[in-house]
Design a protein around this ligand. Sequence first.
Ligand code: SAM
Length: 259
Amino acid sequence: MTVALKPGWPQRQGRNGVIDLLPAVLDEEKINENKIHETVNDSVSRDLLTKKRFYIDRFEKRWRKVILQKNTKSFLELAGGLCYISALAKLHRPDIEVWASDVAPLYLENKSVVTAQLFGVSIDQFAAVDAENLPFADNQLDAVFIAHSIHHIGNIERMLQEVHRVLRPGGRFLGIDIAAPSNKRAFDKDLKDRAERGDEHGIHEKSITFAGWKEIAVNSGVPGMKVGYENTPTWGASVRRLQNVHKRREISIRFDKAV
Ligand SMILES: C[S@@+](CC[C@H](N)C(=O)[O-])C[C@H]1O[C@@H](n2cnc3c(N)ncnc32)[C@H](O)[C@@H]1O
């Protein structure tokens, strides 16, 4: 393994090859993200084919070309859940070191390892990792990716600073998430829907408008951050912007760390 941890960072061995690299103290919400997996036991293959099929396709057709460059040698997925993106990265680039991570060790131990088996790949390291407090030493990774999870993170600015710290000069970050509608009534409904979904599990999902994402990018102080609407085969970014007045729309946040 070439990616190094911060000196003295505690490591605990979990089940099924997962290592626990979580900080000693974790917020209640992060503990609750793990508790969900004490009871929920859906089929991994069914979830991949129903809930995640669209994102698997998006990675194949679009995100892969952005995040996996010729000189990429190490790849970290944050808040990966089922970690199908890590599995796809390894499938296309068996030569690189892939770290599949999430704050919930039970998610990794019970399900993400099954995803890797279904794709027929061997992930270099499954690790329980808090995206706001990364265990890695500075300048370690060539690529960091996170999909549809940033709005779950408590302090997003801190997460972006941490990603910037652990990327090598020339390394790349790509985050995919959702911009909440800017229209007040549609925004309030988005907020209510997300609160209802999170409340039963004791977690909080944020509603962030496109302007809100841009503000977070600036406030993080990470240089060269770009926030934009995602294209789809049907509609380009300009139509996405108009649709986003009343509907949620997919956005990307990316930066390359200066050399
Ligand atoms: C909506 S799921 C998305 C999972 C996956 N990226 C996908 O596309 O299916 C959000 C994930 O974020 C994780 N998460 C929440 N807070 C986190 C944190 N601070 N650090 C790392 N992962 C976190 C949760 O455990 C959960 O697996």
